[in-house]
Design a protein around this ligand. Sequence first.
Ligand SMILES: Nc1ncnc2c1ncn2[C@@H]1O[C@H](COP(=O)(O)OP(=O)(O)O)[C@@H](O)[C@H]1O
Ligand SMILES: [Mg+2]
Length: 413
Amino acid sequence: MATFHTASILVVDDNPINLKVLFEILQQSDFKVSIAKSGESALEKVEALLPDLILLDVMMSGIDGFETCRRLKANPKTKEIPVIFMTALSDVVDKVKGLKLGAVDYLTKPIQHEEALARINVHLELRQTQMKLVQKEKMSSLGQLVARIAHEINNPVSFVYGNLPHAQQYINDLLKLLHLYEIYTPHPSPEIQAYLEEIDLEFLKQDISKLLKSMQMGTERIRDIVRSMRIFSRLDEAEYKPVDLHEGIDSTLMILRSRLKATNQRRAIEVVKDYGELPLVECYAGQINQVFMNLLANAIDAIDERIEDWEKNRNTGSQCFIPKIRIRTEVIDDYTNLVISISDNGVGMSEDVKNKIFDQFFTTKPIGKGTGLGLAIAYSIVVEKHRGTLNCKSKLGEGTEFVIVLPQLCYKK
Ligand SMILES: Nc1ncnc2c1ncn2[C@@H]1O[C@H](COP(=O)(O)OP(=O)(O)O)[C@@H](O)[C@H]1O
Ligand SMILES: [Mg+2]
C-alpha cells in the first residue's frame, strides 16, 4: 500500500531552546512541524492547523500543559488529536493526571532523539489505523443504510408506479363518457352548465394528461434511483461473482446525476460512454462500484475546480468550455484483461500531487470536503482485492485519466 502522507506535528513549549531542538529533529525526519510558545497560542492555532499529533510541555507560564490539554479535549474539533506530554526529569508532575486528561504518552527532557521518534511514530500509526477502521465502518454502515432505504422506498413507489396506468385508463374512460354526454345531451340543465364553467372543463381535459405524464416521469425517476441504490450497494451480493460492469457504472452515474447537472458556473457535464463488448466480469461488485464512485466524484470535483480557477482569474474561456467525462471499457489481451478508463477535462495535477494521490489522507481539497481516502480505497480494492492495476495519467490544466485493468477469466456474455 502507498506510504502515509507527511504527518504534521505541533510542538508547544515556552522554552526556545527546547523548541529549536525538537523542531530540528522532527524536520529532519520529514515531519511538517509547527510551533507554539504558550498554551494560549497553541489553542489559538490548533483549529486551523489540525495537526496529527501535539507535543505539549507541561510546565509553562500562562496556562500550563495540563490545562491546555483539558481544553483541547473539550473541543470536539481537536479532541481526537493525540497529545504527548513533555516533562523535565527534575519536574515533579503528576503523570497519572496527564493520562487521565487524555494524553497518550510522556517524553522526558532532555529529549532523546531515537526514543522521541519511536514514540511519535507509534502514536501516529495507531491514529492512522484507528481512522482507517472508523472510515471502513462508516462505509459499510452507509452501504447498509442505502440498501435499507432503497428497500423501504421500493414498495410504496411500486404502488404508485403500478397504479398510474390504471388511473390513466379510468380517467380516459370517464372523459369518454363525458364526451358521450356532451354529444347526446347538448343542452344540460343550468346547474350542470354552471358547474362545467366553474371547473373549466376544457382546461381540465388538457391539463390532466400532462399531469399524469409528469407523475409517471417522477415515479420512473424514483424507481431508477432506487434501483441504482440497490445495484450500487449490492449488499445481497457480497461474494465474488460475474456481473455486468456497465450496469454498475450507469447506476453510479445515476447516483451522481445531481452533481453532473448544469450549475450557475458551468454547463452540464457531458458524459461520453465508450463502452466495449464486455463479458460478465467476476468481481466484488459493491466494491468495484465504490471505485467508480470515487473516481467519478473526483472527476467532477476536478472539473468544478478548473472552472473555479477560471472564475478567479476572470478568464472568459469558461463560457465555451464543455466539461466532459469519458468512460471507456474494453477487453484486451485475448480476453484475459479488462480495461476501464475514466477521464476528465478538469484541472489536472502537478507531478508533485500525482506522486501522492494514492497516499491515505492526501487531499488538496478544503477541510470538510476532501478526506484523502477515495483513491487510497480505490487502490486497495483494485490492486489488493482484485489483483488488478490502477494507473493515472494527468496534465496540469488539461485533465486526468484513471485506467483500471482487471484480470479476468473468460466469461463470455
Ligand atoms: N480526476 C482528478 N483530477 C485532478 N486531481 C485529482 C483527480 N482525482 C484525484 N485528484 C487529486 O488526488 C487527491 C486525492 O484524491 P482522493 O483520494 O479521492 O481524496 P479527496 O477526493 O478526498 O481529496 C485529490 O485531493 C486531488 O488533488
Ligand atoms: Mg475523492
